[in-house]
Design a protein around this ligand. Structure first.
Ligand SMILES: Nc1ncnc2c1ncn2[C@@H]1O[C@H](COP(=O)(O)OP(=O)(O)OP(=O)(O)O)[C@@H](O)[C@H]1O
Ligand SMILES: [Mg+2]
Length: 234
C-alpha cells in the first residue's frame, strides 16, 4: 500500500473545507503519474494556496502548492491572466482560471529555472496542484528573507545575489511582479519563490511591474545601508 495518508487529507478537508473531491483526485493522479509518493503535512496556509510537504519515490522532499478552487477570487485572477498574452483566451470559469493560474506558475518556474535562476525546481502540475522541489529540511521550510535578522555584510550578499537573479529573469524576458522579502527563502543560498503572477516582457505593464519589484527590493535593503542599484528595463 502506498504511503499516501488520504485520511489525513480528508481530515484537513473537513476541518478547513479547502479541498473538493477534484483536488483529492488530482493528488491521486499525481501519485499514479509517479510525480509524488506521499503527502506529508501542511506547511503554510495562504490566501490563495496551501503548501504541503510531500515525498517522491526516492524519499526526496517536495512542496505541493495546492491552489484553492472553492475560496478564491477567481474573477480578479481571470483579469490578471487574460492580459498575459500567453493566457489571453482562457475561459472565465472558476476551475479554468485556477488551473491556468497554476499552469502559469509552473511555466514561469520552468523558464526561470531554465536560465539558472535560483528558484525551486518545478516537477509537475495537474489541475490546481503544482509540485516542486522543497526548499528547507525534513519538511520544515527555509526561512523567508523578511524573517531573518541579517548583518550588513549578509544583506549585501543577498542583495547582490537577488539583483543577479533579476537580471537573469530579464534576459529570459520574465518579470516576477511580486518580488519582495516575503517571496525569497534563505537556505544554502537565496531562492526566489511564488511565480504564479510573473509575466513576460510582452505584458502591457511589464515596465511598471519591474520598477515595482526593484522598488520593493531596494526599500528592504536600504535599511541595511547597502549600496543601492536602480535596475531598469532599457
Ligand atoms: N518550494 C518550497 N519549499 C519550501 N517551502 C515553500 C516552497 N514554496 C512555498 N513554500 C512555503 O510556503 C509559503 C507560501 O508560498 P508562496 O509564497 O508560493 O504562496 P502564496 O500563495 O503567495 O502564499 P501567501 O498568501 O502566504 O503569500 C512560503 O513562504 C514558504 O514558507
Ligand atoms: Mg508568497
Amino acid at each position: 500500500m502506498r504511503k499516501l495518508r488520504l485520511e489525513d487529507i480528508k481530515e484537513i478537508k473537513i476541518e478547513r473545507k479547502v479541498f473538493d473531491e477534484r483536488t483529492l483526485f488530482a493528488i491521486y493522479k499525481l501519485i499514479t503519474k509517479g510525480a509524488i509518493k506521499s503527502v506529508e503535512s501542511l506547511v503554510k496556509e495562504g490566501k490563495e494556496s496551501l503548501i504541503f510537504s510531500a515525498k517522491d519515490k526516492q524519499e526526496n522532499w517536495l512542496a505541493l502548492k495546492i491552489y484553492r478552487t472553492l475560496h478564491c477570487d477567481f474573477k480578479s485572477m481571470w483579469k490578471y491572466l487574460i492580459v498575459d498574452p500567453r493566457f489571453s483566451s482562457i475561459k472565465k470559469g472558476r476551475r479554468s482560471v485556477v488551473y491556468n493560474w497554476c499552469k502559469r506558475e509552473f511555466k514561469n518556474l520552468k523558464i526561470a529555472f531554465g536560465v539558472g535562476v535560483s528558484c525551486p525546481l518545478p516537477i509537475a502540475f495537474y489541475e490546481n496542484i503544482l509540485v516542486m522541489k522543497f526548499i528547507g529540511k525534513n519538511g520544515t521550510p527555509a526561512p523567508r528573507l523578511i524573517d531573518m535578522s541579517l548583518r550588513r555584510g549578509e544583506a549585501e550578499y543577498v542583495y547582490k545575489f537577488v539583483l543577479e537573479e533579476m537580471k537573469k529573469l530579464l534576459e529570459a524576458r520574465l518579470i516576477h511582479t511580486d518580488l519582495s522579502p516575503y517571496n525569497i527563502l534563505i537556505w544554502d543560498k537565496p531562492y526566489l519563490i511564488d511565480f504564479s503572477q510573473a509575466v513576460t516582457l510582452e505584458h502591457p505593464f511589464a515596465k511598471e511591474f519591474f520598477s515595482r519589484d526593484v522598488k520593493n527590493i531596494n526599500s528592504f535593503f536600504k535599511k541595511f545601508e547597502v549600496k543601492i542599484k536602480e535596475l531598469k528595463i532599457e
